[in-house]
Design a binder for this molecule. Sequence first.
Ligand code: IPM
Ligand code: MN
Length: 360
Amino acid sequence: MKKNIAVLPGDGIGPEVTAQGVKALKAVAELYGHEFTYEEALVGAVAIDAANDPFPAETETVCRGADAILFGAIGHPKYDDDPKAKVRPEQGLLAMRKKLGLFTNVRPVTSYDALLSISPLKEEIIKGVDFVVFRELTGGIYFGQPRGRSEDGTNAFDTCNYSKEEILRVSNLAFQAARNRSGKVTLVDKANVLATSRLWRETVQELANDYPDITLDFMFVDNAAMKIIQNPGYFDVVLTENMFGDIITDEASVISGSLGMLPSASIGVERSLFEPIHGSYPQAAGKNIANPFGAILSAAMLLEYAFGLIEESKTIKEAVMKTVDSGVVTEDIDKDKSSSTEEVGDKVVAMIHELSAVNF
Ligand code: IPM
Ligand code: MN
């Protein structure tokens, strides 16, 4: 298979972890005889420095010319400390989502047996947990108009807005995913308060008629936030709007033991983007200590979701599992005998080769 992949390392630890994802892709391509080409482009604070634009037109062109996008992270402390900054790295991420039509963010939450003890949650609560969040990504309060300040500056407002069409396209993906899992979708909303949530409920309830094989239930987001900690095994496919999805997926990452473990896919109309859910983690940038598993697992999701390469994707996921089990992990997972970002990436590549020797 011949494919072109846009690589957007971005800010902070983005470049270091993305390099490990690319390494895994190269190893798999060589083994299975695929020809992947990689084209790099700037996004985030590095793009502001270079072009005064967090998502420059040139980067958009590279993305549009690609079959899939592998992305690292965005963000820089100099902007976090300056709420008045006119151009912000995060605008690059939001512009990228909107312009490329990345309407659904898929975030799998898995517990790893070897990491059960590092989670602050009790082992018996998180063991075997495996669910996936379908987060709407280009609507809601993140993008709704009007937004801004009153003339005298003493009042600020954001608008939460959803159309039926926006709700349906992400919901269809969630229902389809449930068919390949245990067949349950939980819609997380705040329908007791918000008009947008009531439209979500009504729309999703109607849509459920097209999926008689799927069980649908509803949960208020405050209750869901509690249940994710108390009984995460309850969930299978979680469907939710943009901001609720943002919040509950950071919360859910605690189940995996480290935010550094979680990958994600942002499904687009024409092409999709893959990124770890952790941010730019500036304190660790350039130190070769950041956890690359989220980025490597994002590369695995790219193979599955963008190219339909299920075997290849599975090989990377299994290689990550084996690497975790072998104890070659970064300091966020094991402070006492940690390995570097690169060492972990190399170990995953070695495991990919080992697995292929068994399977071929
Ligand atoms: C995420 C991030 C972004 C979001 C930020 C950086 C704009 O937290 O991808 O979850 O809120 O969507
Ligand atoms: Mn987030």
